[in-house]
Design a binder for this molecule. Sequence first.
Ligand SMILES: [Zn+2]
Length: 261
Amino acid sequence: MNLQCRPELASLYKTGPQIARILTEEWVARELYCPACSSDQLSQSKTNAPVIDFTCPGCEQLFQLKGLRNWNPQKLVDAGYEAMIRAIRADRVPNLLVLQYSASWCVTNLMLIPRVFFSESIIEKRKPLALHARRAGWVGCNILLGQIASDGKIAMVSDGAALPSQRVRSEFSRVRKLAEVPPSVRGWTLDVLSAVRKLGKSSFSLDDIYKFESELRESHPLNRHVRPKIRQQLQVLRDLGLVEFTTPGSYRIKEYVSPRG
Ligand SMILES: [Zn+2]
């Protein structure tokens, strides 16, 4: 994979953020493969929408691209809050590609967030725009990257080096079964997975996870039975192959295992 964008294209377009958009868009169309199937390319969607979208010609998965010069690993500024919440509830958020480029227009990091990782808990409402703004009262949102379990942040390029496509595809395939969990419950599943990951250990007990009880209650104020919900979601994660049960009340997280060859 050639990580260099084509800065010479910049002169063909307007200045400012337009350039970053054109160069990152061209790079994805030229270099990127589909992480969800064996297709070695993604096609740019033919829309004039303000967002940059790609579709896989093989499996029809949708990808949205965000290119940034600097990124904050905790937070990513996104578009409208209400539209995002509606998309999550309707289960139609695209996969997200977060691309970081260097001053010399080289791709330094590219992170894939599979669509199934978008839940209401990771969307932060921003303050409405001030009265004198052109879109006064409009409310945007932030994607809280820090709240997403590591399983949902798949590196495709890391520190200026591309990861093997086989590894990326295998990591994507490991979590795509989360799509089988209905979106109304998936937020819980993801929050419990995120809590498991925050423990930072491979084996854990139910008591370890119960420490997140108040945090989970805050994210899900309508649910008063947090502990039974935690146990139920651990079973869901087990059925999806992401967590293993060892002895009663003890669990083990199933790590990504590099495929042979
Ligand atoms: Zn595909």
